[in-house]
Design a protein around this ligand. Structure first.
Ligand code: IMP
Ligand code: MG
Length: 420
């Protein structure tokens, strides 16, 4: 039994989000006891079940809100490890803001019929989406009003491996953010070190053209788009007049914590990553190639081939485990992740990428920054680390990104009515 449990844990722990699973467990109680029966024919019984389940789910979200508040209090004043929430969910990270989960639940219950369902209990996705709405709500007003929104690229802004073309429905949303004087950053693993920024201009062309041509944006607002490439390695800023992505020198944004990284150690880390990925390719006889870049190494399928999910996961977990014990990894931070069809080991990570942007844009704090991404499973995912620098929302498709930015804009506008 124990062995079986251990095997399951080793295989699946990297794909779980303990906090969401824990909430799911709490909601299972009212679902089992109060969500009613599909075979109930008593008049009024159905409405009563809806109301009863809705009330009890809402109460649970309200109680979790209190636990999060307690956790934030302990983060500020003492030892967060003694927080009740941390004790119940040991892997839960720091919270940058409170989360109005009860109100977010009511909104999503109306959209997703959570309390009206009799056979399908509140799911992982229901909870993920409620957490997203709560995060957007709190960043839409008051002292946490958002100043910087950063986006992952692949799967978040456009489909995997594609580009941001002019028809992408996220473009008008990003312009809405800029119109409200919010900085927009793209924090992507895609690493192109050329100072011309050509590759990024190509992939983000639709957005860049829309910003430059927009009659609604002021010249200052047009300069508020930044691109952080290679996780945290190459920074560009849009010149809204010319449409050029301008390379920003390291000295203007490099974080002190990375200043001790020597070129020698970076090379050692990448050499080892190359060796590991090559040995994995040979061992699993993958139809793939190992690509070495200035700040990353990738295991990428050959044209016309693909790797199955298990092969990708084996490669990323194996690389992570072997790299984290190497000497160079003690000084140079790295990020090993499964990109969905390829595996990469990059120098730096998105925590550093978001922190560097915050610093460059005038010390924007984490509780006024939002990172939107698709990769939040704990190991082998690269947006996960951004949680240590900013508030986050976890989306599953570019369409969800459009939805959550739309919500954020709505909350910003609604709160303005009360503030003015
Ligand atoms: P993101 O989702 O925007 O972070 O981009 C991740 C994807 O970018 C990966 O899955 C790769 O396909 C691609 N990519 C291109 N160059 C690099 C690189 O240097 N490091 C990591 N990923 C890269
Ligand atoms: Mg992505």
């Amino acid at each position: 039994m124990t062995t079986r449990y251990r095997v399951e844990y080793a295989l699946k722990s990297h794909r779980r989000d303990e906090f969401i699973e824990w909430i799911k467990g709490l909601l299972a109680g009212p679902f089992v006891l109060h969500a009613g029966s599909v075979n109930s024919f008593q008049i009024g019984e159905d409405s009563k079940s809806n109301a009863e389940a809705r009330r009890r789910y809402a109460e649970i979200f309200f109680d979790i809100e209190r636990l999060i508040e307690n956790q934030i209090y302990l983060q500020k004043t003492g030892d967060p490890t003694i927080g009740r929430l941390r004790q119940l969910v040991p892997s839960v990270g720091a919270f940058f803001t409170k989360l109005p989960l009860e109100r977010a639940f009511y909104i999503q219950d109306d959209r997703r019929s959570i309390s009206k369902r009799r056979l399908v209990s509140p799911s992982f996705n229901d909870i993920r989406i409620i957490l997203n709405t709560a995060q957007a709500m709190i960043l839409g007003s008051g002292e946490n009003k958002v100043k910087l929104v950063t986006f992952d690229g692949d799967v978040t802004l456009y489909d995997d491996g594609m580009s941001l073309d002019e028809h992408n429905p996220v473009i008008p949303q990003l312009i809405e953010l800029l119109k409200r004087d919010i900085y927009v950053g793209i924090v992507t693993a895609a690493g192109y070190h050329e100072k011309t920024g050509e590759k990024y201009s190509e992939r983000l062309g639709g957005l860049i053209n829309a910003i430059v041509d927009s009659p609604e944006l002021s010249p200052e607002q047009k300069d508020r788009l930044t691109v952080m490439g290679g996780e945290s390695n190459f920074l560009f800023r849009l010149d809204g007049k010319t449409g050029q992505l301008v390379w920003i020198d390291d000295e203007e944004w490099r974080l002190p914590e990375t200043s001790s990284w020597s070129e020698e150690n970076i090379k050692k880390l990448l050499d080892l990553a190359e060796l590991i990925l090559t040995s994995l390719k040979n061992r699993m006889q993958l139809s793939a190639q190992v690509i070495r870049k200035k700040r990353g190494v990738g295991l990428v399928p050959l044209p016309g081939h693909s790797m199955c999910r298990e092969e990708l996961e084996e490669a990323v977990l194996n690389a992570q485990r072997r790299l984290e014990v190497c000497e160079a990894a003690r000084t140079v931070q790295f990020c090993a992740f499964n990109g969905g069809s390829d595996v990469w080991v990059d120098v730096g990570d998105k925590r550093l990428g978001v922190l560097a942007l915050q610093r460059y844009l005038g010390d924007i704090p984490g509780n006024r920054t939002l990172h939107v991404g698709d990769q939040f499973a704990s190991i082998g995912a690269n947006d996960f680390k951004a949680r240590m620098a900013a508030c986050t929302v976890w989306i599953a498709s570019p369409a969800e990104t459009v939805g959550i930015v739309g919500e954020l804009v709505q909350y910003l506008d609604e709160s303005k009515i009360y503030e003015d």
